[in-house]
Design a protein around this ligand. Structure first.
Ligand SMILES: [Zn+2]
Length: 348
């Protein structure tokens, strides 16, 4: 633990830059949130952590050839240096001005231009794009048509709408480099795209697999659970060695994707068991005509039943299995019940 103290502290500083969470939690619960009353969780496996961040709070490294990635330990962006300037992939606000610092560092080391000419948007979410406006009006922004629609709806000056859009496929050629963009249906959001760099053996797909970690709360807050479950197989259909997941401190590999697919498959199997095994009787007996109290406690028990063997299997394999597996089990349970109709019985 102590060897990672520096990067832990830097990560804490990066998270502190997320003002809504810190303000709300700090304001509402500051008096009761004493550290010794908070729950304990299993240690993070060393395989979940990436390189230490520098004094400014970022790490920049090469993915392959002239493709680089930047992280603050929680969020990731990437950039491609070309003979005509730099293509940036996402602009997370937690990395913020460190994006240009990282680009300046690499450009100066390699004697190439540090001027960002294009920003490719993975999806519309502010936590991945909120530093876009730092790069000014002259940059060409590229994204899915639905990203443009959602950003126009959100009307956030930090996230200018894309200038160039596409519906299913678009290949960008910038400074002799090739970038293949594709939309293969909704998943995490309606607009989340696959960014493939065939000459760099790399796929960027954000908010699906967070290498080394279980998904964030409620299956990464997925807006389309069947779509999110299907996404890893679509990612694996591409040839690549390096995976940029948009989150946490390291890049991913094909092995990380296999482990993640197995984690989700194990959750689905155990959710199906929970749906036919956990007895609803005690919940409805206790809560009588308070149907929501009975349903809430019954479904929480089903989610816990499904999560327990998965938490046991993945503790020490994927970080925070004991933190968020039950919330993801709940979201998958609702999808299996509502999208697939599994466990529904028609009244006789
Ligand atoms: Zn997102």
């Amino acid at each position: 633990m102590s060897t990672n103290r520096r990067s832990f502290l830097a990560r804490g500083a990066a998270l502190a830059a997320a003002p809504t969470i810190v303000t709300v939690v700090g304001g509402a619960f500051a008096e009761s949130a004493a550290a010794d009353t908070l729950p304990d969780y299993a240690p993070i496996p060393p395989s979940a952590l990436g390189p230490a961040v520098n004094a400014q709070g970022y790490y920049v490294g090469r993915v392959e050839k002239n493709l680089y990635w930047v992280t603050d330990g929680s969020y990731q962006a990437a950039f491609l240096t070309t003979r005509d300037g730099v293509v940036l992939f996402d602009a997370p606000p937690t990395i913020g001005h460190n994006l240009q610092r990282a680009i300046d560092q690499i450009a100066s080391d390699n004697g190439v231009s540090n001027k960002v000419t294009h920003i490719v948007y993975s999806h519309h979410h502010a936590d991945h794009l909120g530093a876009s406006s730092l790069f000014g009006r002259q940059v060409v922004r590229v994204g899915h048509v639905e990203t443009k629609r959602l950003l126009a709806r959100d009307n956030d000056p930090a996230r200018p709408v894309p200038d160039v859009t596409f519906e299913t496929h678009r290949t960008l050629h910038v400074g002799g480099e090739r970038i293949d963009l594709a939309w293969h249906g909704t998943n995490h959001t309606p607009d989340n795209i696959y960014i493939h760099l065939p000459d760099h053996d790399t796929l960027m797909l954000v908010d699906i697999n967070l290498p080394g970690w279980v998904p964030f709360d409620s299956f990464n807050l997925s807006e389309d659970v069947p779509g999110s479950i299907a996404a890893p197989a679509k990612a694996m259909a591409y040839p690549w060695k390096h995976y940029i997941g948009g989150h946490m401190g390291r890049l991913g590999t094909r092995h990380d994707m296999v482990v993640y697919q197995q984690y989700v498959a194990d959750l689905i199997d155990n959710v199906k068991k929970a749906l036919v095994t956990v007895d609803p009787t005690p919940f409805f007996t206790k809560y009588g005509n308070n149907t929501w109290a009975a349903v809430k406690t019954y479904q929480a028990a089903q989610a816990d039943y499904a999560a327990a063997p998965v938490i046991e299997k993945y503790t020490g394999v994927l970080a925070a299995a004991d933190v968020y597996t039950a919330s993801t089990a709940f979201i998958i349970l609702e999808s299996i019940r509502l999208d697939l109709g599994f466990g529904s019985q028609v009244h006789s």
